[in-house]
Write a protein that binds this ligand. Structure first.
Ligand code: HOZ
Length: 425
């Protein structure tokens, strides 16, 4: 770690906390982050030449593994023709067609540059469309770092103990109603308490920024019905789950049609991209057609579109979801049997290529349940795995990802490492 430690010491002098996004810091698990100089397939190569099997997958985008030749070729081809035009370009049209084909609830789509922009814009659009101000979100769900949404948030905000960030005017936060996830009664009560005032309900349909939480049967359906009955829009934040669990995301799996969907991560193929879309009548409220303003100099950037199109076309052609799910089950079974053998209480939620571990005896259905997990023990588990070359998200409140490049020896090795680390805890 000599080179990483040296880089981190230099970074600390000029970059707050030494990182450009808080989730990269190791504060909650202890120690300091390693720096990466390259990544290929399922492997990260650190500045100190250590090879790590990577289950962070750049926090979700790398579903095809790192540095995939087809994505690189797509970027190189686009690069030959220029990096940004500030005018419409042909890639944007192909991207919109692909998104509409794979996620049919998205009748119209607007590209932007991050998941944060996507959710922030979807909220503004919902307020403009319904002419209402309040929104509902769920405790522990993280929808990026815009003001309305950084209330009882998950991910780095929760990891670093600031779920309600400083700097957000109380007047803004008052417009955000926060409810526990997986509680249908709470939804009904919130609508009853705010008649005609809720513009939208925004939800990660499978919350994955608090560890991974899955919905109880009928919960998402109830949410859909409650929104329709109360004239509020339902926004699915599928920034993490979009194209990861099925071509059409959770909405395809659960057969729920949201009004709007926020996307990011995989649609950029590793470059910075976000998108939001949904019902045409709602999307047509956006400028230049309608009065809701939203814009971006680099939105629809040709390099990012080319990378994302390659990533989506590969998923469309190879449909790797059954195979990825098999790898997910292999990891879950390894974790469950190691914890059982050790006599350690743990919950291992997993769906497809997403998994997490909570060291707790209670079933985890919401943020409150997640907080019963032993975060200190998670830190020891994390560092035990890292020492043996397996990199998991450096927080008890994040979700790990598997890529198509993890098949075979990478997954076998990771299972063996996690098994022996758990037995040694
Ligand atoms: N949704 C990502 C982690 N849960 C965000 C990554 C970041 O904040 O850098």
């Amino acid at each position: 770690m000599d080179i990483s430690n040296d880089l981190f010491a230099r970074a600390l002098k000029l970059i707050p906390g030494g990182v450009n996004s808080p989730v990269r810091a190791f504060r909650s698990v202890g120690g300091s982050p390693f720096f990466v100089k390259s990544a290929h397939g399922a492997t990260l190569v650190t500045a100190d030449d250590r090879e790590l099997i990577d289950f962070v997958c750049t926090w979700g985008p790398a579903i095809h593994g790192h540095n995939h030749p087809r994505i690189k070729r797509a970027i190189a081809t686009a690069l030959e023709n220029g990096t940004s035009f500030g005018t419409p370009n042909p890639y944007e049209v192909r991207m919109a067609e692909l998104i509409h084909e794979l996620v049919p609830s998205i009748e119209k789509v607007r590209m932007c540059n991050s998941g944060t922009e996507a959710t922030m814009s979807a909220i503004r659009l919902s307020r403009g469309f319904t002419r209402r101000d309040k929104i509902i979100k769920f405790a522990g769900c993280y929808h990026g770092h815009s003001d309305s949404l950084l209330v009882k948030a998950g991910s780095g905000a929760l990891t670093h103990g600031n779920p309600d960030s400083a700097g957000i005017p109380a007047a803004f936060a008052r417009e955000t109603v926060v409810l526990p996830y997986n509680d249908t009664g709470a939804i009904d009560s919130a609508f009853a308490a705010n008649p005609g005032a809720i513009a939208a309900v925004i939800v990660e349909p499978y919350p994955a920024n608090v560890g991974l939480i899955l919905p109880l049967p009928g919960y998402l359906e109830h949410l859909r019905k409650a929104c329709t009955a109360n004239g509020a829009l339902l926004i699915f934040d599928e920034v993490m789950t979009g194209f990861r669990l099925a071509r059409g995301g959770v909405q395809e799996i659960e057969r729920i049609v949201p009004d709007l969907t926020a996307l990011g991560k995989i649609i950029g193929g590793g470059l910075p991209v976000g998108a939001f879309g949904g019902r045409a009548e709602v999307m047509d409220m956006l400028a230049p057609v309608g009065p809701v303003y939203q814009a971006g100099t680099l939105s629809g950037n040709p390099l990012a579109m080319a990378a994302g199109i390659a990533a989506l076309e590969m998923l469309n052609e190879s449909r790797p979801y059954a195979g990825l799910g098999g790898l997910g089950v292999q990891i879950r079974d390894a974790l469950v049997s190691a914890c059982r053998a050790k006599g350690l209480a743990a919950q291992v939620p997993q769906t497809g290529s997403m998994f997490s571990i909570f060291f707790t005896a209670s079933e985890v259905r919401n943020l409150e349940g997640a907080l019963t997990g032993d975060a200190k023990l998670f830190g020891r588990f994390f560092h035990g795995c890292l020492k043996e070359g397996v990199y998991l998200p450096p927080s008890a409140y994040e979700t790990a990802f598997i890529s198509t490049a993890h098949h075979g020896s990478a997954i076998d090795r990771a299972c063996a490492v996690m098994d022996s680390v758990i037995r040694g805890l």
